[in-house]
Design a protein around this ligand. Structure first.
Ligand SMILES: C[S@@+](CC[C@H](N)C(=O)[O-])C[C@H]1O[C@@H](n2cnc3c(N)ncnc32)[C@H](O)[C@@H]1O
Length: 293
């Protein structure tokens, strides 16, 4: 798997965000005090030449989200060992290898330039199929056998999509995959609004609009503003809105496993779960679809 460096600068817009989350997982995996281990992420991070510094300081949020996904997936596969896993917007995630290459079918869905990178960089796996398409194109829904169980992940994806599109996709998954589960994460609406301040594409980041409002968007550094994230969802709203979708049996707010520093179990984490603050933080949601009949 060694070879010449691959130029990551070919990715742009929302596709390039997979380098942000990859960098955060790789750096956390290298951290001596971390429980998160992902040698393949470290390898990919090294192979892809990119100005990673534009993403600012590494953050534990993405490796802890990945660890939460690993736990949810392990639990589902223990109950449904022949299930299919569908990873929507999988980016350069290496979940399959962190889980020890589970003997299940795995569909990896992402935009063409990202799938191209996955094909060039990741070890070929006979049970893994890459689909170069939008998660919103319903073609992938025909792949998995609903009777064997289906686990869908959408890590770091839905916030980049429009609300109506996300809710329609969840409804279609609930109808097609009874007994399945969907794991996704959300940003709160206040943060979504903040990202939209970078303005309709093309307007320079970090400036003040003629009406005096801040146009700085969500900046990770002087060189990087995250792409617009139009879809924000609170923990309470997730329960209310998703619970009304036909075929949704349960909606769970998932706590990431403990990390280091501020992410250790303790006061800060308890604070983030107080009723007044819960709806202001990013969240992870596990949706269970009702069994048929
Ligand atoms: C923040 S990255 C997350 C990648 C990966 N899930 C992770 O956690 O590292 C967002 C990913 O969603 C992908 N993406 C954005 N819009 C998409 C769409 N409509 N369909 C499929 N993938 C999409 C991007 O190409 C990118 O790989």
């Amino acid at each position: 798997m060694t070879g010449p460096a691959i130029d990551g600068e070919a990715l742009d817009g929302v596709a390039a965000t997979c380098l942000w989350t990859l960098r955060n997982r790789a750096e956390e995996s290298r951290h001596p005090g971390s429980a998160f281990t992902d040698p393949l992420a470290e390898h990919l991070h090294q192979r892809i030449s990119y100005d990673y510094g534009r993403f600012g300081k590494p953050d534990q949020i993405h490796p802890l989200r990945a660890a939460a996904l690993d736990l949810a997936l392990r639990a589902y596969l223990a109950r449904h060992p022949a299930a299919t896993v569908v990873a929507l917007g999988e980016g350069l995630q290496t979940t399959y290898w962190r889980l020890g290459r589970p003997g299940v079918d795995w569909l990896s869905v992402d935009l063409p330039p990202v799938i191209d990178l996955r094909r060039r960089l990741l070890p070929p796996e006979p049970r893994m199929t890459a689909i170069a398409a939008s998660a919103l194109d319903r073609g992938w829904l025909a792949g998995p056998d609903p009777a064997r169980g289906v686990f869908i992940s959408a890590e770091g994806l839905f916030m980049y999509l429009e609300r109506a599109d996300v809710l329609a996709l969840i409804a279609d998954c609930a109808a097609r995959f009874p007994g399945g589960q969907l794991f996704f994460d959300s940003i709160p609406p206040w943060l979504s609004r903040r990202t939209l301040r970078s303005g309709p594409r093309g307007r320079p980041p970090s400036s003040t609009l003629p009406d005096g409002t801040d146009n700085s968007g969500l900046r990770l550094s002087a060189r990087y503003t995250v792409p617009p994230m139009p879809f924000g969802l609170t923990v309470s709203e997730a329960g209310r809105v998703l619970g009304r979708i036909p075929g949704v049996a349960a909606v769970e707010d998932v706590q990431p496993p403990p990390g280091r520093g501020a992410w250790r179990p303790g006061a800060l984490r308890r604070l983030a779960d107080l009723p007044g603050l819960r709806d202001l933080r990013p969240s992870i949601t596990l949706v269970s679809f009702a069994e048929r009949g």
